[in-house]
Write a protein that binds this ligand. Structure first.
Ligand SMILES: *[C@@H]1O[C@H](CO)[C@@H](O)[C@H](O)[C@H]1NC(C)=O
Ligand SMILES: *[C@@H]1O[C@H](CO)[C@@H](O)[C@H](O)[C@H]1NC(C)=O
Length: 316
């Protein structure tokens, strides 16, 4: 066996038990080669990493919507990067890893909660959209394809199309969250909060263990019972986040050095907080912009190009 293959295999075996056990590594479908070949090459369910048997069955039965599932994760990641662009952890993905967010998601933190919610929301959205566009034969408004797609699936038909995306996301994304542990409970809750897309805050929880007939079961309880308990709208988490100030391969923090900060903001995107008190550097940048635009009757606009100078502040 070639050495790098052996390394990869060992990495998978070790990673599989140590790091990747709780990780939805099928998200890697949204990055890299597999994603770019979607549409041009047939998708092989067996080559998607980390599917549990239920997901594999789903993939084989509904192969047609798998590109939308991948697209949904991709949209979720883009949205996460947009929403977190001014934060210390900004939803960075790692292209050459199956664990596309690195070790950051190993812990049951707010960041993990958010990523699960937004990935599930993305899947529901992308599947619903592809149904509405009529690109898929098992859903959509085309009268030829109305009605249930097959045995055991009461989906399809126009009125239920938004539900269809939600159902796909639920069936597929939650399929691996059936362990009786706190992390599974957390992921399921946050996946669902994302799918209905109405989360507005995140609540810290504590893990409680109960003995039930099926064995020990972990559940979550609000840590601060003085506040109202979280509803299905709230994301939940039960471990503290690292501060993401310095690079740390163990936590998956990249640190904030060289990040662009906002010198006038007092928020988390401001230079004080984003740079963790280390201070910032300032440089000027010239950018070409359109200017002196003239509207010509009728109908076009002509512009000149001007050079504007901006101050750019980056963390030390
Ligand atoms: C996000 O953080 C990474 C690592 O610090 C950095 O390389 C990247 O430029 C940041 N992205 C944005 C949009 O600021
Ligand atoms: C910087 O922060 C200020 C104050 O919050 C805000 O008005 C401004 O739009 C921000 N600038 C950028 C480039 O985000």
């Amino acid at each position: 066996m070639e050495p790098h293959l052996l390394g990869l295999l060992l990495g998978l075996l070790l990673g599989g038990t140590r790091v990747l056990a709780g990780y939805p590594i099928w998200w890697s479908l949204a990055l890299g080669q597999q994603y770019t070949s979607l549409g041009s090459q047939p998708l092989l369910c067996g080559s998607i990493p980390g599917l549990v048997p239920k997901q594999l069955r789903f993939c084989r039965n509904y192969i047609e919507i798998m590109p939308s599932v991948a697209e949904g994760v991709k949209l979720g990641i883009q949205e996460c990067q947009h929403q977190f662009r001014g934060r210390r952890w900004n939803c960075t993905t790692i292209d050459d890893s199956l664990a596309i967010f690195g070790p950051v998601l190993d812990k049951a933190t707010r960041e993990s909660a958010f990523v699960h919610a937004i990935a599930s929301a993305g899947v529901a959205f992308a599947v619903t959209r592809s149904c509405a566009e009529g690109t898929s034969t098992i859903c959509g408004c085309d009268s030829h394809h109305k009605g249930p797609p097959g045995e055991g699936w009461k989906w399809g038909g126009c009125s239920e199309d938004a539900d269809f995306g939600v159902l796909v996301s639920r069936e597929f994304a939650d399929a691996r969250e059936n362990r009786p542990d706190a992390r599974s409970a957390m992921n399921k809750h946050n996946n669902e909060a994302g799918r209905t897309d109405k989360y507005d805050s995140a609540s810290e929880m504590v893990v409680e263990k109960h003995r039930e007939s099926r064995g020990w079961v972990e559940t979550l309880r609000a840590k601060y019972s003085l506040f109202k308990p979280p509803t299905e709208r709230d994301l939940v988490y039960y471990e503290n986040s690292p501060n993401f100030c310095e690079p740390n391969p163990e936590t998956g923090s990249f640190g904030t050095r060289d990040r662009t900060c906002n010198v006038t903001s007092h928020g988390i995107d401001g230079c004080d907080l984003l740079c963790c008190g280390r201070g910032h550097n300032t440089r000027t940048e010239k950018r070409k912009e359109k200017c002196h635009c003239i509207f010509h009757w009728c109908c076009y606009v002509s512009c000149q190009e001007c050079i504007r100078i901006y101050d750019v502040h980056t963390c030390k």
